[in-house]
Ligand binder design. Structure first.
Ligand code: KG4
Ligand code: ZN
Length: 409
């Protein structure tokens, strides 16, 4: 379990649409007008349960200042799913049920607040696993009904997208966003909260999937991204020439499905060159690893990992630079689990610095799924006037939900 307290309050502000004055029937004053300076801050409690991480967080919202994270707690189910080589949806839902209330108590205690002080309750409405989403939505709505507070359903990817606002160096609108999670790879133009224009996206696998599937072929288990990155750190990224799909397509779309096939073919070649093919063991058959790959010298394994990582990062970096050039925007925001990748960060930092551009990331521990980004996204939607919380507790979840369909609600 990972529990972290927030950074100190930030004085940063951002341009937005007119502030809202109510959330459901809760009267709130959010503008920076002098008469509102005395306004009480608003407490937003957020729940994330879209996949294999249970996250709970409390943020404080006052005026047009960037909302402040008071406390958050996270429980990762990774260990439980590892035995199965991936997320088992039914187990994920059951574990969210087990974890969410203790995490909530932990957050409230850590922030020194009580549930009765909470003004708005937010939850991830989608996209994600239906059963897992229902746990967070059900809990949020039941709690809100019991406390007589309004609720607000949040888009998971909007949470990722806005998560860099919780960092020590928050961005300002407008910016280009590179959203790289386990299921999505998208470049968006972001002009404000809820003002998203899709510039390009993957036509097949996401970058996170490319990491995960390649890692599986190398016998690195689940989740593969961090494990592949760790192995790659000792390898030569130029050892193998792997494809950079759609690099010169002239648009901002991505395709990563062919990369895992190239990694499979390369790994089989390496095993064959190393000696007699090794009969697949029960382990390799069950794990999806290329038979014999684990018997290769560690340096050879690391070289393939480094070459794979370089191919993924190369495409992400070059397409991001093209997006910045074509939009004329000067800021890049990187969000989602793959945004934690060090090689990707180093290359983006270097390329942006060379062009006089700014690049922003979430804090490392907020790159992957967490409750802080959900509470934050809810707070920023309220603040921007894009959405109001409501006392309609008849919740529904949206396992499939395109981000660009999110407008004022
Ligand atoms: O955003 P996220 O936590 O969950 C989704 O919303 O999908 O992203 C998870 C993805 C997984 O594919 C995981 O392997 C990848 O992010 N990931 C990484 C790293 N940390 C997480 N990929 C590469 N390098 C990392 N350090
Ligand atoms: Zn996510």
């Amino acid at each position: 379990m990972n529990q972290a307290n927030a950074a100190p309050p930030s004085a940063q502000t951002h341009d937005q649409a007119p502030p809202v004055t109510s959330a459901g029937s809760v009267r709130i004053q959010l503008s920076d007008e002098p008469r509102d300076r005395e306004a009480q801050p608003l407490l937003v409690l957020g729940f994330e349960s879209s996949c294999d991480e249970t996250g709970v967080a409390l943020v404080e919202l006052q005026g047009q200042a960037v909302p402040r994270l008071l406390a958050h707690a996270l429980y990762s189910q990774v260990e439980m799913h590892q035995a199965f080589g991936g997320v088992v949806p039914e187990l994920a839902s059951r574990d969210h049920i087990r974890r969410v209330l203790p995490l909530t108590s932990e957050v409230m205690a850590s922030a020194g607040r009580s549930l009765s002080e909470v003004d708005v309750i937010a939850y991830t409405r989608g996209p994600g696993l239906a059963g897992a989403l229902l746990v967070g939505a059900g809990l949020a709505c039941a709690l809100a009904a019991a406390l007589d507070k309004p609720v607000l359903g949040v888009h998971h990817l909007e949470g990722h997208l806005l998560s860099p606002f919780l960092s020590a160096d928050p961005p300002q609108f407008p910016f280009v966003a590179l959203l790289v999670s386990g299921g999505h790879t998208q470049l968006m133009r972001v002009d404000g909260v809820g003002r998203y224009e899709m510039l390009g996206e993957t036509i097949d696998d996401a970058a996170g999937e490319a990491f995960d599937k390649s890692a599986k072929l190398m016998g690195l288990g689940y989740p593969g991204g961090p494990a592949l990155a760790a192995l790659a750190a000792q390898g030569d990224p130029k050892a193998y020439a792997l494809p950079r799909p759609l690099l010169h397509s002239g648009d901002l779309d991505f395709s990563f499905a062919g990369l895992k096939t190239a990694v499979l073919v390369q790994s089989q070649k390496m095993v064959a060159a190393h000696g007699a093919p090794i009969a697949p063991s029960e382990y390799t058959l069950a794990s999806g690893a290329t038979p014999g790959f684990g018997a290769l010298p560690v340096q050879a394994q690391a070289n393939l990992a480094a070459s794979t990582q370089a191919a993924i990062a190369d495409v992400l970096v070059r397409k991001s630079m093209t997006a910045l050039k074509t939009t004329g925007l000067k800021r890049l925001v990187v969000a989602g689990g793959v945004g934690a990748n060090r090689c990707l960060r180093e290359q983006l930092n270097a390329q942006c610095a060379a062009r006089g551009l700014r690049v922003h990331y979430p804090e490392l521990h907020l790159c992957t799924d967490n409750g802080a980004m959900i509470a934050l996204a809810a707070a920023m939607r309220l603040q921007s006037g894009m959405q109001e919380a409501s006392r309609d507790y008849g919740f529904h979840v949206q396992p499939r939900w395109p981000l660009q369909s999110l407008q004022a609600a």
